[in-house]
Design a protein around this ligand. Structure first.
Ligand SMILES: [Cu+2]
Length: 112
């Protein structure tokens, strides 16, 4: 039976397209890691809304962007940009840090 399989494929493609369209609409926040710091170090995000963090690493070596609550890790090589999607956050302040520069790479999301 070819038709059900074809239908499933078409539906699968539609579902994929729909979910990537939703992701494209996410609020996106850019952060640069440079000289062992994050810029900006305070990022105001909408509360109760998924969002994307896009990190560009201009350090000489790798950086690892990390939050403990919610738990997220993003390892980014030098000269590389990567992104990750955060779950909806309740209003509040959520610290983040760079695991490879823990003394200087510190910041926070402020969800409001
Ligand atoms: Cu880590």
């Amino acid at each position: 039976m070819i038709f059900p399989r074809l239908l499933a494929r078409v539906l699968g493609i539609v579902a994929l397209t729909a979910s990537s369209a939703v992701q494209a609409d996410l609020p996106t926040f850019q952060v640069v890691a440079e000289n062992g710091r994050f810029t900006p170090d305070t990022i105001t995000v909408p509360a109760n809304t998924r969002f994307r963090l896009q990190l560009t690493n201009r350090n000489a070596g790798p950086e690892e962007f990390e939050t403990t609550s919610p738990f997220k890790e993003l390892v980014v090589g030098p000269g590389v940009t990567r992104s990750t999607i955060f779950p909806p956050l309740k209003p509040g302040t959520y610290p983040f840090f760079g695991e490879f520069h823990p003394d200087t790479a510190k910041g926070r999301f402020v969800a409001q």
